[in-house]
Write a protein of this length. Structure first.
Length: 248
């Protein structure tokens, strides 16, 4: 789950999709790679987490078993993030071929049907680490110009990774958050239509309507489905998850 622009619902969507996959009975690992706040970790595990991270594993300071934690949701585990990622990232860069390190440890995660990664809102090394390991990437976007620009940057960066590091990487699609086609202005509609023209109808995934269930689920440290399975957001994320699975 990646976008160069923050505030587009990336972390909320990662938690919701991981939760929906787990609800379907799949064993799921949510992997938090955002050092700025660790919001996914705050939602699925605990606020203010200061423990080990994925980079602790890649640097040989911890094992996956020591870092992965269970969440409240059956079938859903978390590999958390903390501020340690900031200092660990510079150390990771000294390792030759570090972009491929996550990809190399994925066989150790064979007990999971899906690994869902929440990338930082940047095009830096942590995002590259995730894209090098991923089969597909999904871009959440808001129907506004700045988020649209971030979408372009993300697609270009993923293209560089595909060409040089991970030829199997594919765009599963783009979806718009906090969006309802009958309630937003002409500028919002124009952004959506411009995305459709540029990337094709096949790249457009189901939208997520604006719903207070999303911020409330984060405030109460739950997935959207766990907070309110009957909410519009839970229904939308169920449709979105099915659409993403159809691309795999």
């Amino acid at each position: 789950m990646a976008n160069n622009k923050g505030g587009v619902g990336k972390t909320a969507s990662t938690a919701a999709i991981a939760g929906e996959l787990a609800h379907q009975g799949h064993a799921v690992l949510a992997l938090d790679l955002d050092p700025q706040a660790g919001n996914l970790t705050a939602v699925l595990h605990q606020r203010g987490y200061r423990g080990a991270t994925l980079l602790s594993v890649l640097l040989g300071e911890a094992t996956l078993e020591e870092v992965i934690v269970e969440t409240k949701d059956p079938n859903l585990d978390l590999l958390p993030a903390s501020l340690q990622l900031l200092s660990q990232e510079s150390r990771l860069q000294r390792i030759p071929g570090y972009h491929g390190l996550l990809r190399k440890i994925l066989p150790q995660l064979s007990g999971y049907a899906y690994v869902v990664i929440d990338c930082p809102p940047s095009l830096g090394d942590l995002t590259s680490l995730a894209l090098t390991a991923a089969n597909v990437y999904v871009i959440p976007c808001q129907a506004e110009q700045l988020a649209f620009d971030g979408l372009h940057d993300m697609v270009r960066a993923a293209g560089v990774v595909r060409e040089n590091l991970n030829e199997r990487l594919a765009l599963a699609g783009i979806f718009f958050t906090a969006y309802h086609p009958n309630q937003r202005g002409a500028l919002n509609h124009g952004t959506v239509e411009a995305t459709r023209r540029l990337y094709g109808e096949q790249a457009i995934l189901p939208n997520i309507r604006k719903d207070m269930a999303v911020p409330m689920s984060q405030a109460t440290q739950q997935t959207v489905r766990a907070y309110d399975a009957g909410s519009r957001a839970a229904q939308d994320y169920e449709s979105l998850t099915h659409a993403i699975l159809a691309t795999l």
